[in-house]
Write a protein of this length. Structure first.
Lengths: 339, 323
């Protein structure tokens, strides 16, 4: 398998960055990482995952969609779309890599979201296999193998070398473009590293969590559960869970008045917010219980109902770490599951 | 301490003094406690927890809870009592519907500070004579307790309970805290350095509103930023300075009412030190109007809503701003 030694990783980054914009996870504080545009000399973070998910690259928090310019009684509509430049995201974990498949189902089904597609077409995803999962990890619940992370290229680290395995034509092109920096290496140690990580996954506190009690066919039962009141009682309706979530995809479209025209933009929205899906008639979910229920029903029931049984969660554990009151999808699943 | 709290809570439920108990519930791990309302002794026995991780301020929940039928027991740490008092003063909490037991407070531990050491796979955290013994699936790690103390407890302002019906444990004193040290550092920066500091911090904001929603001083029924009729309701920044404005406006709005409970910084998923904005206002109020601690009592007039002939002139601000 093609490899590069850990000491040469930055040479690889420098090479990629010569041709394309490269993003890598970088420590902002010790073990707190975020994706940054690579500049020579930056060190890749050793933290398991970034605070914000990798969905930002394809579905940014805000983006302009169109502009309207007013002159007298005429309104000029400007299509501001332009072809994206190629970019590489390096070090994406298996959970986030799976989240792109979930977002694809939303944005690439008809009618295709051209803004999202543009970024997907031009982005190359280089993933990184997990070797040291955290207690908040539960990706295996959703059938994800964190030791085989997917994306366009999978990268595996055996403690000394990074090994590259291309999964798609885009990944093949990526590996070919840096092949002179790579060499053939003995990947025999990798199997052991992977086996070790898989065994750790089995020992994690959330290893037994199952989706068996969820899915589209359990709609009315879960919707009408009397557990929602207790589960949602302390939720104060912030959007932290939705904004750190790699699969939350709801957005709002708004107009910004520039004084002589309009900039129409879209931005992330949160079903936890009081004005989410507010329409002329008012709001369809007036209590926090209903808003809270919506988020988890969407991931565990509505999404699989509409997407061949695929759940809208990848078990990355961000909401477990970041919810101000430590209420999260794991606690919801455990409360609702068949006893 | 947890046992004493459970025992007393069950007594007060049994004798009908209260019909509900506000406390914290155990989670999946050693550290992920959730504020919760308990209605029966069985629930309390099963799920009630009070430990080094029960950081959450409960006072804001009591706005809603004190409007329900019957009396609720609130177990308040010293810092929580200031928030409680301030909300009573603002007629947000109905005092007679809450039975307050003052309980010893922190220092509490922030699990993020343990994780920042690279410790992961955490299955248990024990405090053994101020050394944390952290059990993980990768083995046992240790670190000094003081290195894991949460930001809000690092500069504790008071161990005194400013309101209670009874106490479990002893009452403490108002402390001579170091809480304005960082504010002074910021004041001593040049305007450009200070601007760069705040731009660096606030640019990370993802506008999740956790700081606003957790804040006991943010109790507007419909926040101006959520109200489509306000013209400034926003879910996203219209320009690159908007996040800064959101936090600055919020700090202005809670000035004189913020008790410095530290919840804003505790909940920020991006670790923005929002409490420093509020502390700057507290320090300025102390300096311009005399020492004032929001929530210390329920009767005094707040400096910013009171007029005295010896109030500082607005020009003070102007003159100082010209430095």
């Amino acid at each position: 398998m093609l490899k590069i030694s850990a000491s040469n990783l930055n040479a690889l980054f420098d090479r990629i960055a010569e041709k394309q914009t490269l993003y890598i996870p970088v420590d902002r504080e010790p073990n707190v990482s975020e994706y940054k545009k690579y500049e020579s000399g930056m060190t890749m973070s050793k933290a398991l995952n970034t605070v914000r998910s990798a969905k930002d690259f394809f579905f940014p928090q805000t983006e302009n969609l169109a502009e309207f310019k007013m002159s007298g009684k005429t309104i000029e509509v400007k299509d501001i779309r332009k072809e994206n430049e190629d970019f590489v995201v390096f070090g994406v974990r298996a959970c986030d890599a799976r989240s792109f498949g979930i977002l694809d189902k939303v944005f690439l089904s008809e009618p295709v979201d051209s803004f999202y597609k543009n970024r997907r077409d031009h982005g190359t995803i280089v993933t990184m296999a997990c070797t040291r999962p955290a207690e908040t990890c539960f990706c295996t619940t959703f059938g994800i193998d964190p030791t085989v992370p997917g994306g366009d290229v999978s990268v595996f680290f055996d403690g000394e070398n990074y090994f590259f395995l291309d999964n798609t034509p885009k990944g093949e092109a990526f590996v070919a473009s840096v092949s002179d920096l790579l060499e053939n290496g003995d990947a025999s140690k990798l199997a052991e590293v992977q086996e070790n990580a898989r065994n750790i996954m089995k020992k994690l506190p959330l290893a037994g969590l199952s989706t068996d009690s969820f899915g589209g066919e359990r709609l009315m039962e879960h919707f009408n559960s009397d557990k929602w009141a207790e589960l949602s009682e302390s939720c104060f309706g912030c959007g932290t869970c939705t904004f750190v979530c790699p699969t939350c995809q709801c957005y709002d479209i708004r107009d910004f008045d520039t004084g002589n025209g309009i900039k129409r933009f879209r931005c992330w929205d949160s079903c936890m917010y009081s004005d989410f899906t507010k329409m002329a008639h008012g709001n369809s979910r007036n209590s926090q219980l209903e808003r809270f229920r919506q988020r988890f029903m969407h991931k565990l029931v509505y999404f699989p109902a509409n997407n061949d049984g695929e759940f809208g969660c990848v078990g990355c554990g961000r909401c477990l770490s970041k919810c101000p009151i430590s209420m999260n999808i794991v606690k919801v699943m455990k409360a609702l599951e068949d006893k | 301490m947890q046992e004493a709290m459970i025992k007393r809570a069950k007594e007060l439920l049994a004798d009908g003094t209260v019909n509900r108990v506000m406390g914290w519930k155990k989670g999946e791990f050693a550290y992920d406690t959730t504020p919760a309302v308990f209605e029966t002794a069985e629930e309390i026995d099963r799920e009630f927890v009070y430990n080094d991780f029960t950081q959450a301020n409960q006072s804001k929940y009591l706005i809603k809870e004190s409007r329900k039928e019957g009396k609720i027991l609130a177990l308040l740490k010293p810092c929580d009592t200031y928030s409680f008092n301030q909300l009573v003063k603002e007629h947000r909490i109905i005092r007679e519907n809450v039975y307050v037991i003052g309980i010893p407070g922190g220092p509490k531990i922030d699990i993020e500070k343990i994780k920042a050491k690279g410790i992961t796979g955490i299955t248990n955290v024990k405090n053994e004579d101020f050394t944390l013994k952290i059990e993980t699936i990768y083995g046992v790690e240790t670190m000094p307790f003081y290195e894991a103390i949460s930001v809000k407890c690092e500069s504790c302002k008071s161990k005194k309970h400013v309101v209670y019906d009874e106490l479990i444990g002893e009452d403490g004193d108002v402390l001579d805290s170091n809480r304005f040290d960082m504010v002074e550092k910021l004041e001593n920066m040049t305007a450009q350095e200070r601007y760069d500091f705040w731009r660096g911090e606030l640019s990370r904001c993802i506008r999740c509103n956790a700081c606003r929603n957790v804040c006991p001083a943010c109790t507007c029924e419909n926040c101006v930023f959520d109200n489509p009729k306000s013209g400034i309701d926003q879910k996203a920044a219209a320009d690159s300075f908007e996040e800064n404005m959101f936090h600055i406006i919020r700090a202005f709005h809670v000035a004189g009412r913020c008790t410095d409970c530290g919840e804003c910084s505790r909940v920020c998923p991006q670790n923005i030190p929002l409490h420093l904005l509020n502390r700057k206002f507290i320090k300025d109020i102390n300096c311009l109007y005399g020492e004032y601690q929001a929530g210390a009592d329920t009767t005094s007039k707040a400096p910013l809503t009171d007029y005295r002939t010896d109030d500082c002139e607005p020009s003070v601000v102007h003159e100082r701003g010209a430095e």
